[in-house]
Design a protein around this ligand. Structure first.
Ligand SMILES: NC(=O)c1ccc[n+]([C@@H]2O[C@H](COP(=O)([O-])OP(=O)(O)OC[C@H]3O[C@@H](n4cnc5c(N)ncnc54)[C@H](O)[C@@H]3O)[C@@H](O)[C@H]2O)c1
Length: 326
């Protein structure tokens, strides 16, 4: 199929693009490059440097597209609390303009990068897709706002979308050629690996008194290549006439922060020093995905465990200590 990947110069979009190309699809990437990297975009894809709110560009690209995979977005929780208008612009207003142009050009299939942050504090763990959506930060609220836009457009019979709610994404392309390069980096695996690489003396754990086995937060990790495979499955599901749905993407099991540190120590052979910090406001003790829906609807299940995620991420970080700048 002919696919448009927005945000295809970012972490998840670039790896998804490569996997889709390997599967035989044609890919156009639209990325403003405001937080992405040209070298991350596979040369077989057509890269268009533009914002997803640029309607002229969309009008030139969309007539040839079968499915849009919308990965572009702003992702930093702390930044979203300081700059809510920016987050609503990037995660709702611009995507809404894109959706409008999609419909005008008859593009009615969408795969959307959503997030576990739409759930907020869970009442039930593992979290099913039917769980209440009560985000506790602006990032999650802005992503949920676009989900609602999708839902009403589906209700009007104009769109079929697969909303993929990612839990914690980690890992890299297995040969270490594509990986995570955020600035600032707030995700736990790259932050621990920077300590292993000697860039920072200690890794600070936020909260050690949670009601979890070792007192640190428990999260569900999914390998970025498994995530990319779920996007391929979603594209093919929509291509086969599948209707709108929501799927959590995780592994269905949780690891505490200290267990992740342990995996990183094993993968790198470096003893990682841990410091205890205070809890961060709004961090739930445990977030684990219920993943039955993705199994049933997309015939998808994660194949790679935390050890492989950390090993692949280490290959990326140790060969690209300055990210794509090198
Ligand atoms: N990384 C995670 O763990 C995670 C977890 C849950 C959900 N998500 C979602 O996945 C998506 C991708 O995350 P990521 O980690 O790859 O982020 P990223 O920052 O690495 O990539 C996002 C890309 O989108 C581009 N972009 C941003 N706004 C744009 C715009 N208006 N027009 C065009 N391009 C734009 C950036 O330049 C960047 O290349 C996001 O939508 C995020 O909400 C990510």
């Amino acid at each position: 199929m002919r696919l448009l990947v927005t945000g295809g110069a970012g972490y998840i979009g670039s790896i998804t693009t490569r996997l889709l190309l390997d599967a035989g699809h044609e890919v156009v990437v639209i990325d403003s490059l405001e937080r992405g990297h040209v070298p991350a975009v596979d040369r077989r894809a057509v890269l268009v440097k533009a914002a997803i709110g640029d309607t002229e560009i969309l009008d030139s690209v969309l007539p040839d597209i079968d499915v849009v995979i919308h990965c572009a977005g702003y992702i930093e929780v702390a930044e979203s609390q300081e700059l809510p208008d920016l987050y609503y612009r990037k995660n709702l207003a611009e995507p809404s303009m894109m959706l409008d142009r999609m419909l005008r050009h008859g593009v009615r299939r969408l795969v959307f990068s959503s997030t576990a942050a739409v759930y907020g504090q869970p009442e039930v763990v593992p979290i099913p897709e039917e769980a209440p959506t009560r985000p506790i930060n602006t990032y999650g609220a802005s992503k949920l706002a676009f989900e609602r836009m999708i839902a009403v457009t589906e209700d009007a019979g104009e769109l079929e979308a697969v909303r993929l709610r990612y839990f914690n994404v980690a890992g890299a392309w297995p040969d270490g050629s594509l990986g995570e390069a955020h600035d600032p980096e707030t995700h736990i695996v790259p932050r621990i690996l920077r300590v292993a690489a000697g860039d920072h003396p200690t890794f600070t754990v936020f909260g050690t008194d949670y009601p979890t086995p070792d007192g640190t937060c428990v999260r569900d990790y999914v390998h970025v290549v498994d995530l990319a495979e779920a996007h391929r499955a979603a594209v093919e599901y929509l291509g086969d006439g599948g209707t709108g749905t929501i799927c959590n993407l995780g592994s269905g099991r949780g690891y505490s922060n200290l267990e992740v540190v342990g995996e990183c120590s094993s993968a790198t052979g470096v003893e990682i020093e841990v410091a205890s910090g205070p809890r961060r406001a709004g961090d739930p003790a445990t977030l684990v995905a219920g993943i039955d829906r993705a199994r049933e609807v997309l015939d998808w299940a994660p194949k790679r465990g935390l050890g492989e995620m950390v090993g692949d991420a280490w290959r990326w970080h140790s060969s690209h200590p300055a990210g794509y700048a090198r």
